[in-house]
Design a binder for this molecule. Structure first.
Ligand SMILES: C[S@@+](CC[C@H](N)C(=O)[O-])C[C@H]1O[C@@H](n2cnc3c(N)ncnc32)[C@H](O)[C@@H]1O
Length: 663
């Protein structure tokens, strides 16, 4: 494996080989020392090199070439659309179909715009976007037999700005750019503006911006959550900019969005490739307000389970295009890519996006829901049905119900980690402790030693929850040790061997729990009273009625009635939440992680509901379904709910198909 410096050297040598330049000229221009060391072969480009060596600790995933090409084309399409008289059709054929042959008038218009176009990438890495931009201009010039193409390219490059905290990245970008253009003399070398600085915290950042601001800001900023990177965020917070936009649980790339929008001019376009969690994340509230107040989205493409980055499996991405000026009455386009197969080339990718049927034009006012989250409707049908639900609803679920999370013991069993890190060898030997030994959670047989102690509770997994009813037979038990429980001898002799683990839990260390208590007990009523239970993550809308004691972990949510005069019957809610209509609604909200529903407290609390006209009938069917599920009864329930919400036959067909296809 070569190191970064050797790699840059190799690029230098490659440029020397391909161009007519002397080695001195390259060394001087790019400030290199080209040595004659071992590594002769240049097999990897900078990005893939960095990818292997650096990615993990810098949050950097490098954009595949075909995606970068697409984003450059999209940004140019949007910019030209707003700033020239050329038709959408013509622009699409130029930028997406790459039909570069222009007539005289088009040539004048297009070159005129390119001449002054200012383009920036605030986290350029090896420069995949900027190189693709300059390549595209070169191809247009070539196809149209433009005489002074090199001079023109040098001219436009003066308006291209590359930022990165990593000096070698920028050097690599300059070299790669010139390897492609093969300058024959020093004068022909193409140089863009480079800014080797920390875009977030550097005091010099403002000075690097041209007076007119940027026309296009493009990029794939680094994704790094605050969790696990506290030091980095603490440093950022020390800068003025960092402090101004900070919010808890944010991601580093949010700062690049703020920066990007701030440095754009009002006719500008910003296009970013990011993860898609910010659309609903609690740590992106401020960011969403900023996006709402400072411009508008042109398009959001949600990639769902399409894997943009080969080595970031399980990551969910989106590409969004954004304009800075606040133009009311604009519609925006949402697309959700359902294809999972990676296409890997530009034409096929354009085709994938063009042929995507899950798309929807919406007024921007509908993009942000009642929680101020960005709601990515799957398509027009989803949008119009959800609009129908919204228009009829007078309440949110939290107006009638509490939503609580299950308990956290903080040490169900002896985990491998605790065994290796927390337990002393003396303790392991003394008590003969093994990985997997039960601490608070155990099976029924083991729990018999506690006999009739009333802190022993039946314990359930989220897989014990079915649609409408729970599986009441569980072999698991939990020692529900909350503040009210005294440490009796039996409990003491059971827990003492694990004290080294238990006393290390955060709440015990801070003094808010005694060492033998579970970490997060809840108000017992939540588990004991009549309620609806729901697994946080599931492939379907699974809500179950439970009137018996049902203790479960934090991956289960508990919906209980508030003590109010005006009531919403629990069984009416049960029917509604389990219905096919609500499956469609729930599929469009909350975190976007493929087709999984993520039903945690916030989206549940804010669900829009209405007093049902068919309440009695719905309650009756729901009660029967909770005793014994049958497809016939379930159909009946759905019909009642369609009727209640005035869902048309065509819409019913759509909802039924959507539900059946995903079940
Ligand atoms: C995800 S990589 C993207 C690189 C390139 N744009 C691409 O898509 O292939 C992010 C880049 O941001 C740079 N970076 C990280 N923190 C930065 C900061 N505070 N200021 C400027 N650049 C930064 C890293 O060095 C890295 O090259």
């Amino acid at each position: 494996m070569i190191n970064e410096k050797q790699y840059i050297n190799n690029l230098g040598k490659l440029l020397f080989k391909k161009s007519g330049l002397t080695i001195n000229c390259i060394e001087e221009t790019f400030n290199l020392k080209i040595s004659n060391d071992q590594s002769k072969k240049i097999t990897k480009n900078f990005d893939s090199f960095i990818l292997e060596s650096k990615r993990k600790n810098t949050g950097s995933f490098y954009t595949p070439d075909y995606i970068a090409k697409y984003m450059v084309s999209k940004a140019l399409f949007e910019y030209f659309k707003n700033n020239t008289s050329l038709s959408d059709q013509r622009l699409a054929s130029i930028f997406y179909s790459r039909k570069y042959k222009l007539n005289k008038n088009e040539k004048d218009i297009i070159l005129n715009v390119f001449k002054d176009l200012t383009v920036a990438d605030l986290s350029c890495g090896g420069g995949i976007f900027l190189i693709n931009y300059i390549k595209l201009v070169k191809e247009i010039l070539l196809v149209n037999n433009f005489d002074e193409s090199r001079k023109f390219l040098k001219e436009i490059s003066k308006n291209v700005h590359a930022y990165d905290i990593n000096a070698l990245a920028i050097k690599s970008l300059l070299l790669e750019l010139n390897i492609y253009f093969e300058p024959k003399s020093r004068e022909e070398i193409i140089l863009i503006n480079t800014h080797n600085l920390d875009v977030i915290s550097s005091k010099n950042f403002d000075e690097s911006i041209p007076e007119s601001g940027y026309d296009i800001v493009i990029g794939n900023p680094p994704y790094l959550g605050e969790k696990g990177n506290k030091k980095l965020f603490n440093n950022i917070k020390k800068s003025r900019f960092g402090q101004r936009y900070y919010e808890g649980k944010m991601d580093l790339f949010y700062y690049f969005i703020y920066r990007g929008i701030n440095v754009m001019n009002t006719s500008g376009v910003l296009i970013y490739l990011t993860t898609n969690y910010f659309i609903t994340a609690d740590g992106a509230k401020k960011l969403r307000n900023f996006l709402k107040d400072n411009g508008h989205f042109i398009e959001i493409i949600n990639f769902n389970e399409y894997n943009i980055f080969e080595d970031a499996r399980g990551q969910h991405n989106l590409i969004f295009t954004y304009r800075k000026n606040k133009d009311e009455n604009t519609k925006m386009l949402l697309r959700t890519i359902e294809e999972k197969r990676v296409v890997n080339n530009f034409e096929a990718f354009i085709n994938l996006i063009d042929s995507c049927t899950n798309k929807c034009f919406i007024d921007e006012e509908f993009l942000f829901n009642e929680r101020n989250e960005i709601q990515l409707y799957i398509n027009e049908n989803h949008f119009s049905i959800i609009k129908k639900i919204k228009n009829q609803s007078d309440y949110q679920l939290m107006d009638f119900f509490n939503v609580n999370q299950g308990l956290v013991s903080g040490a169900d069993r002896v985990s491998k980690y605790n065994y290796n890190k927390k337990l002393s060898q003396g303790c392991i030997d003394l008590y003969n402790i093994n990985i997997g030994d039960p601490i608070y959670v155990m099976n029924k047989e083991k729990s018999t030693i506690f006999q009739e102690k009333n802190y022993v509770k039946h314990f359930y997994k989220n897989s014990d929850i079915n649609k409408f009813s729970v599986n009441e037979n569980t072999n698991k038990r939990i020692l529900y040790i909350d503040q009210s429980v005294e440490l009796d001898e039996l409990l003491k002799s059971h827990l003492l061997p694990y004290k080294e683990i238990l006393q290390e839990r955060r709440e015990v260390r801070t003094g808010s729990r005694k060492w033998f208590e579970i970490q997060w007990a809840r108000d017992k009523n939540i588990f004991e009273q009549e309620k609806i239970v729901v697994p946080q993550r599931s492939r379907s809308n699974i809500f179950a009625y439970s009137s018996e004691s049902f203790y479960g972990s934090a991956d289960i949510y508990y919906i209980t009635s508030k003590k109010l005069l005006l009531k919403f019957p629990l069984f009416a809610l049960l029917g509604l939440l389990n219905s096919k209509l609500f499956y469609l609604y729930l599929s469009n909200i909350g975190k976007k992680k493929g087709n999984m529903l993520e039903l945690y407290a916030t989206p549940l609390k804010h669900l829009l509901i209405k007093k049902l006209n068919q309440e009695e009938a719905i309650i009756e069917v729901s009660k029967r379904l909770s005793k014994a599920f049958s497809n016939e009864l379930f159909d009946k329930l759905n019909q009642l709910i369609y009727l209640d919400y005035h869902i048309s036959d065509k819409e019913i067909d759509f909802i039924e198909n959507f539900y059946n296809n995903r079940h």
